[in-house]
Design a protein around this ligand. Structure first.
Ligand SMILES: Nc1ncnc2c1ncn2[C@@H]1O[C@H](COP(=O)(O)OP(=O)(O)OP(=O)(O)O)[C@@H](O)[C@H]1O
Length: 293
């Protein structure tokens, strides 16, 4: 599902990073990242738990301290006040007021965002339609399921029609039908409103729903491209296998860079290291399609 890229040649990418680094807790968690996210695309950020997806998203929305290098968002420096109304960000923890109903939450956030009073009801209705929550519009958030609360958070992010939506694992805890309808919504937002979506996921079977992917590992970008390009580059049939192949190749490269004391030259030793690195990256002990968790 490759989007036609709608960005004009003169329009800067939605996100542009050069030599981007972040230190957290005294440790470098993002290391010299270089990438661009084209406008009007659904770009997936995939990688195992702890590889730095959330940190990267926080840097993009201007919520991360100790960012070094260059990071431009919609042509502005990340974190600049001019971006406040052009971005929507949904964290992994739904941020809704439990003592308000779904509609009251949306109405409140619309007011905070400065949506004119006369437009508020329409915008709230549109957001409720987008996330399919009309049937729970008057339910207290406290009485919603976890997945429903995440959708309220997503609806909040849609208010004001932001140009860039940064969504941290928006489909966690949702059933397959809802997941599909949200992915359809993400593509509609890109195709019909020209929005750019940067979406993190650790579920590899969602990778094929993205126009483009950035595969992350240990604070770096392992590879980027369309799902088809990544499959073709690695000679694999799925993005999950492409990821594991790339992790294995990176482990081989790292192994070749140093001395190999174990080295009796047996294929099994190398394959074992490669396999361990891939399994570790995938967080897998069996045949799960998830990268981690
Ligand atoms: N508040 C913090 N203080 C110090 N280090 C942190 C903090 N939050 C995260 N880290 C570290 O930063 C690294 C990247 O974490 P991050 O949350 O960005 O990863 P992630 O890929 O989003 O993981 P997940 O998929 O589990 O959400 C991890 O090594 C983590 O331990």
């Amino acid at each position: 599902m490759i989007n036609n890229h709608r960005e004009g040649s003169s329009s800067p990418p939605a996100v542009h990073a050069r030599d981007l680094g972040v230190v957290r807790g005294g440790k470098p968690v993002l290391k010299k990242l270089e990438f661009s996210v084209p406008r009007g695309t659904v770009t997936g950020l995939l990688g195992p738990s702890g590889c730095g997806k959330t940190t990267l998203m926080r840097a993009v929305v201007g919520a991360q301290a100790r960012v070094t290098g260059r990071l431009e968002v919609l042509g502005e420096r990340a974190g600049s006040a001019a971006l406040r109304h052009r971005l929507g960000y949904v964290t992994q923890a739904p941020s809704v007021y439990l003592d308000l109903t779904t509609r009251q939450n949306l109405d409140y956030y619309a007011a905070v965002l400065g949506v004119p009073r006369a437009e508020r009801a329409d915008q709230v209705d549109a957001a409720l339609t987008d996330v399919d929550l009309h049937s729970h519009a008057d339910a207290l958030a406290a009485n919603l399921s976890g997945g429903q609360r995440s959708r309220v958070s997503l609806a909040v992010a849609l208010l004001g029609a932001p140009e860039l939506l940064v969504l941290d694992e928006p489909t966690v805890g949702l059933d397959p039908v809802l997941r599909r309808s949200l992915w359809d919504l993400f593509h509609r937002l890109a195709a019909e409103r020209g929005a750019t979506l940067l979406i993190s996921s650790h579920v590899m079977d969602e990778a094929d729903r993205c126009d483009r992917l950035m595969l992350m590992r240990e604070g770096g970008i392992l590879a980027e491209g369309t799902p088809g390009e990544l499959r073709a580059r690695t000679g694999t049939d799925s993005v999950e296998d492409a990821f594991l192949r790339l992790v294995g190749d990176a482990a081989d490269d790292e192994g070749n860079d140093g001395d190999n004391d174990e080295g009796n030259g047996e294929g099994n030793g190398g394959n074992g290291a490669r396999r361990r690195a891939a399994d570790q990256a995938a967080g897998r002990d069996g045949s799960t399609a998830e990268v981690s968790r």
